[in-house]
Design a protein around this ligand. Structure first.
Ligand code: ATP
Ligand code: MG
Length: 348
């Protein structure tokens, strides 16, 4: 890895991704996608649809297959340019699996055990919160997935990883791995930087700490205007208050959403002041939020619908991007095999 290890046009590289477990929601948008769209032309960017990383894959293969298309449609809908950047299906670049195996030699289990995101996810598999699902034992794939995430980022020798806050421990692990590998073998990998989105962690519509499909507290990018209105109507809006009773802004998550998505922040400041002095009804706050979100989502929905009528274009986007990443993956693997001296047959 040298200063010269850049893509054509002198561009640094981005690798980031999403698991195909369903359509994408506002948390994905504010925490990650928005930055992807912003940076996609400044960098040589690879957006991974990480099917290997769905750790309960075997439970619901049909859902993963369907979600690959859902995610690709959402990528197109938010404005990721499939020609200027690359959409990649993880398992169609088998080098990801190979590098995962090789890195497994150098990553101590204790490095994984320190990771708080992993701990929380493992706990959720064994003891699901929603009471609907039964707990089960953690699959082996769960232990390899953080290593695979490291391998994914290192694969195109990425410089930057734009993600939501929950991913920071994974990036730290990646940096540590790159440092170790470069020091011990050959300097192959840049040490990638993390970049957290404008909203590091969007709360759910239930006021829960994180918007997430599995918690059933998400507003999806593809939700129609009526669905958005209905979800906002049912949103948690802080402790109960009388009609015009003042309240505390930081107890009402509607304000977090207004801060994140309203186009007129002066108006939001005014609402906050009124909320704490004379009081503002939740219905008014929710009406403002509905208008703001539908304003944001309408063009996204429209584009999504257009692409949904032309799935061959979506397929071409996936095919072309996967092919581009495969080419750089092969380059990286040649460097890695050379660094590890795995070219046994070259001896004679
Ligand atoms: P879900 O929990 O809804 O299944 P996920 O967390 O499994 O979604 P990932 O594929 O793990 O989705 O994450 C994709 C990207 O979106 C990551 O960069 C992650 O940090 C970001 N992200 C997901 N949910 C949120 C959120 N509520 N707020 C901010 N960023 C988020
Ligand atoms: Mg996640």
């Amino acid at each position: 890895m040298t200063e010269a290890d850049l893509s054509p046009g002198g561009k640094k590289r981005i690798l980031t991704g999403i698991r195909p477990t369903g359509a994408l929601h506002l948390g994905h948008y504010a925490g990650a996608l928005e930055n992807w769209v912003k940076l996609q032309h400044e960098y040589d960017a690879y957006f991974l649809i990480a099917d290997y990383q769905v750790s309960d894959y075997a439970d619901d293969i049909a859902r993963v297959r369907e979600s690959v298309w859902e995610v690709a449609l959402d990528f197109l809908a938010v404005g990721l340019d499939p020609e200027g950047s690359s959409y990649v299906i993880e398992s169609l670049v088998p080098e990801h699996a190979e590098l995962t195996t090789l890195l497994g030699w150098f990553l101590p289990v204790s490095m994984l055990e320190r990771n708080p995101t992993l701990k929380a996810e493992m706990e959720a598999i064994e003891h699901p919160e929603d009471g609907q699902k039964e707990g089960k034992s953690v699959p082996v794939a769960f232990y390899t997935y953080p290593v695979m995430q490291v391998a994914n980022i290192l694969m195109p020798r990425a410089h930057l990883v734009p993600v939501g806050e929950d991913q920071l421990p994974h990036i730290e692990l990646t940096r540590e791995t790159a440092r170790r590998f470069n020091r011990r073998f050959k300097p192959v990998f840049p040490e990638p930087e993390a970049l957290v989105g404008r909203v590091a962690r969007l709360v759910g519509t239930d006021g829960n700490a994180k918007m997430s499909k599995s918690r059933n507290n998400a507003i999806y990018l593809k939700d129609d205007a009526a669905t958005v209105a209905k979800k906002i109507k049912g949103m948690y809006a802080g402790p109960p208050r009388g009609m015009n009773e003042p309240g505390k802004v930081d107890e009402n998550p509607i304000f977090l959403y207004l801060e994140a998505f309203h186009t007129n922040q002066a108006e939001v400041q005014d609402l906050k002041a009124r909320y704490e002095s004379t009081g503002v009804g939740n219905a008014e706050l929710k009406a403002k939020l509905t208008e703001a979100l539908n304003g944001l989502l309408e063009p996204i929905r429209e584009r999504r619908q257009q692409y949904a009528q032309n799935m061959t274009r979506v397929k071409e986007a996936l095919e072309a991007g996967t092919k581009r990443e495969r080419a750089i993956a092969c380059e990286t693997m040649a460097q890695v095999r050379d660094a590890l001296d795995l070219n046994y047959l070259a001896k004679y």
